[in-house]
Design a protein around this ligand. Structure first.
Ligand code: ASP
Ligand code: MG
Length: 404
């Protein structure tokens, strides 16, 4: 059996007109002798009647502190409505579709409401449907605990459902349909000549997602990577091929674009604050980080020097972080309104001069570098938020990403 998982995001199922485009994508897969397993997100975006944010707003207007368990029950409704409507649409067009909740599709999770993790998938119910020539339409973003409690997988979790099903069913391919034509070299709202990437590695796309790109959930990429199943991100609204996410590492493919380029994309994360802590004891650095961990504050962009530690936190946690450290006697300075800008690229590993180009691009544009951090496949810089767009554009230009 040749199985393809086709996941449609909120904007792809939002209206009767676009749902007809979804029907076409499913028909096309069938014409290619593939057996589609359809996964849907809740319909539309914030403000639309049955979108996840709308449903959360509804229950929170009754109680701002709605319990996580009840919030999950409400959130699950969004995907159920969407799957029922999509199934009805397919049936009306002569496709024998069958709607399945996450639980009916065999998705078993832990009981961590709102952020559940998939523990296992019983693929029998879906395989049974496929063997009988049916097209399963599965509610994304949800599962069920071993005790039958409804759970959700964390915001954006329909991608995770698609990948997990792809893995469990040994699918040939997982298609993620959205309202953009693929993964781009930068956010086109910031960089007008940003390009759609034909191909990208699992590792690069995970980095891009963690560093701020919003096109696919990194967990979904990690799951597909473990099973080595190709993922394609493409638009419901056109016939462009989209971006293929696959396992291409340096030297693998004899000079294709993925392997030759040094950088793949530029991303940004706004609304972060820099914390500088003066330390006078040798044991101080671990205490600073232990304190942050105990306060449930995650830290990023960490530089440890004799006498000083610098790191960043989400802006809304900056005051809490500073107060907690001051209460322990540390001298703390906070710089608000910062942004992290990163260049990601599997091809920069062991290439000399990448950092030099990076710094040059920023210096020539008079952008002040507040901090840097790098790994084998990314370089990040902290800049003032007011210089974020200028930084993204300068780096996009410097690494010739418009020419990809
Ligand atoms: N509807 C869910 C959300 O908005 C899941 C998803 O769209 O992936 O987070
Ligand atoms: Mg999404």
């Amino acid at each position: 059996m040749r199985i393809i998982v086709q996941k449609f995001g909120g904007t792809s199922v939002a209206s009767p007109e676009v749902r007809q485009l979804v029907v076409k994508k499913i028909q096309k897969a069938k014409e290619q002798d593939l057996q589609p397993v359809v996964v849907v997100s809740a319909m539309g975006r914030k403000g639309d009647s049955y979108a996840t944010d709308t449903l959360i707003g509804l229950v929170r207007s009754a109680n701002k502190h709605t319990a996580a368990r009840e919030l999950d029950q409400v959130m699950c409704c969004g995907e159920m409505i969407s799957a029922a409507v999509m199934t009805a649409t397919l049936q009306e067009r002569g496709i024998e579709a069958v709607m399945l909740t996450g639980g009916q599709a065999g998705i078993i999770t832990d009981a961590n409401f709102n952020h559940a993790r998939i523990l296992k998938i019983d693929s029998a119910p879906i395989l049974r449907l496929l063997k009988n020539g049916k097209t399963p339409v599965v509610c994304g973003f949800q599962g069920v605990t071993a005790d039958g409690e409804l759970t959700t997988l964390g915001r954006g979790g329909s991608d995770t459902t698609a990948s997990a099903l792809g893995g469990a069913l040994n699918a040939e391919m997982i298609e993620i349909y959205t309202d953009v034509a693929g993964i781009m070299t930068a956010d086109p709202r910031l960089v007008s000549n940003a390009k759609i990437l034909d191909c990208i590695s699992y590792g690069e796309v995970c980095q891009l997602a963690h560093q701020g790109a919003k096109v696919i959930h990194p967990r979904a990429v990690e799951i597909a990577m473990q099973k080595n199943i190709p993922l394609v991100v493409k638009s419901t609204f056109c016939d462009e091929p989209g971006t293929l996410i696959t396992n291409v590492s340096k030297g693998d493919s004899g000079g294709t674009s993925v392997t030759d380029r040094i950088a793949t994309g530029v991303t940004y994360l706004a609304n972060i604050a820099q914390i500088k802590v003066s330390t006078h004891h040798t044991d101080a650095s671990y205490k600073v980080f232990k304190t942050m961990a105990a306060s449930n504050i995650s830290v990023d962009l960490i530089n440890v020097h004799p006498g000083q530690i610098m790191f960043t936190v989400a802006e809304e946690l900056a005051d809490k972080a500073a107060e907690t450290l001051r209460a322990l006697g540390y001298e703390v300075e906070t710089l608000y309104d910062c942004a992290k800008v990163s260049v990601v690229g599997g091809g920069m590993r062991e290439v000399p001069g990448v950092m030099a180009s990076f710094v040059e691009a920023l210096s020539l544009n008079d952008i002040q570098i507040l901090q840097t951090v790098d790994s084998h496949t990314s370089i990040s810089v902290l800049v003032k938020k007011s210089e974020m767009q200028k930084s993204v554009t300068a780096l996009h230009e410097k690494f010739s990403l418009a020419a990809i």
